[in-house]
Design a protein around this ligand. Structure first.
Ligand code: ATP
Length: 302
C-alpha cells in the first residue's frame, strides 16, 4: 500500500489554564481536549519521487496558507522522513474544512494526520512513544491529535496526555471569524497579567467523567486577554456565555467558551441551537457552523 486517506479532526479546549513559562519562553499549560466531527481530509501518497503539498477546500483563505515549508503538514512529513529514514518522496493533498487560525487546531490536525498516515504506510513504523515525541516537536496540539483519544487531559507542552473515556456526542455551535488571533501575541499579553505560576489545583478522578462535571469547570485563561483585543470575540463571547448560562439554568449541561488562544467561540449543549440565537448580521466578519462532538475515531482508511 502506498497511499492512505486520513481524517484530521479539529479540537476544542473545554478547559485551558496557562501554568507558567520556562526560561526559554515556552509555556506550560493544562487543558481538556476534545475532538470534533468537523475535519480536514488528508491524502498521503508515498509512491511519488518528489515532495509536494497541495491544499484546497472550502476553508482555504483567499491568500492561501503561506510558504509550503512552513505548513505544519509539510514539516510533519519532512521530520517523519528524517526520523524514520523513509520515505524519500511524498505527495500530500489536504482538503480543508476546518476554519484557519481559529484555535480549532487545523494545522496541527493536518500534521497529526500526516504522521498517522505515514506511519501506517511505513515499512518500519515508529512506536507510539516515538510518534508522540515527534508530534510534540511540531506543536502543543499535535500529540493529542495524533493519538486515538477523543477526550484527553493534556499538560506540560501538551505532550503529556491522559486519555479519558469518551462522553456522549453533543451539538456544538461554532462562531468562527475571518480574522484570527496570533497565538504568540496572545501569550505575550497573558504574560503581562499572569504571575510566576498558576494557583495550585487538585483535580478529582471524576472531574471530567460527565458533561455535568465538565460544565462546572469549563474555563479558558486566554479569554481574559482576547475578549478586549478582538472585536468579534468581544461581541460574541458574552452572547455565547449568556446562552450557556440560561441553558444551565434550564437544567442542561451547556458550555459557552472560547477555544485555544481564540478566536473561535463555541456553545456546546444538549439540544440544537434555538431560533432565538442571534443571527449573523450582513457584513459581519464571522462564519457560523454547527457540528457534533467527537463521535467518530479518526481511523485511517486505504
Ligand atoms: P495555533 O493555535 O497553533 O496558532 P489555530 O488552531 O489557531 O492554530 P490553524 O488553523 O492551525 O489555527 O492556523 C494557524 C496558522 O498556521 C495559520 O496562520 C496558517 O497559515 C498556519 N498553517 C500552517 N500549516 C497549516 C495547515 N496545514 N492548515 C492550516 N493552517 C496552517
Amino acid at each position: 500500500m502506498t497511499s492512505v486517506r486520513v481524517e484530521a479532526p479539529a479540537k476544542l479546549n473545554l478547559l485551558l489554564r496557562v501554568l507558567g513559562r520556562e526560561s526559554g519562553g515556552f509555556h506550560h499549560i493544562e487543558t481538556l481536549f476534545i475532538k470534533l466531527a468537523l475535519h480536514d481530509v488528508v491524502h498521503v501518497d508515498t509512491s511519488s519521487r518528489s515532495r509536494t503539498l497541495d491544499c484546497a477546500g472550502p476553508s482555504m483563505p483567499a491568500g492561501g496558507l503561506g510558504p509550503t515549508e512552513q505548513n505544519l503538514a509539510w514539516r510533519a512529513a519532512t521530520r517523519f522522513a528524517e526520523v524514520a529514514g523513509w520515505p524519500s518522496g511524498f505527495a500530500i493533498r489536504i482538503d480543508k474544512s476546518i476554519p484557519v487560525g481559529g484555535g480549532l487546531g487545523g494545522g496541527s490536525a493536518d500534521a497529526a494526520a500526516v504522521l498517522r498516515g505515514l506511519n501506517q504506510l511505513a515499512p518500519k513504523p515508529l512506536d507510539e512513544h516515538a510518534l508522540i515525541m515527534l508530534a510534540g516537536e511540531l506543536g502543543s496540539d499535535v500529540p493529542f491529535l495524533t493519538c486515538d483519544a477523543l477526550l484527553a487531559w493534556g499538560w506540560g507542552r501538551g505532550d503529556r496526555l491522559l486519555s479519558l473515556p469518551a462522553l456522549p456526542a453533543r451539538a456544538v455551535d461554532l462562531v468562527t471569524f475571518t480574522e484570527g488571533v496570533n497565538t504568540g501575541e496572545a501569550y505575550r499579553a497573558l504574560n503581562r497579567i499572569i504571575g510566576e505560576s498558576a494557583p495550585a489545583q487538585v483535580w478529582s478522578s471524576g472531574a471530567f467523567a460527565s458533561w455535568g462535571a465538565i460544565a462546572r469547570l469549563a474555563h479558558n485563561d486566554f479569554e481574559a486577554v482576547v475578549e478586549a483585543r478582538h472585536a468579534g470575540v468581544g461581541h460574541w463571547l458574552p452572547l455565547v456565555r449568556a446562552q450557556a448560562r440560561s441553558r444551565r439554568e434550564a437544567g442542561e449541561h451547556a458550555i459557552g467558551l472560547m477555544s485555544g488562544s481564540g478566536a473561535t467561540c463555541f456553545l456546546l449543549s444538549e439540544s440544537a441551537t434555538p431560533a432565538d440565537w442571534p443571527v449573523p448580521r450582513t457584513g459581519e466578519q464571522f462564519v457560523r457552523t454547527s457540528t457534533a462532538v467527537a463521535i467518530v475515531p479518526p481511523e485511517p482508511t486505504a
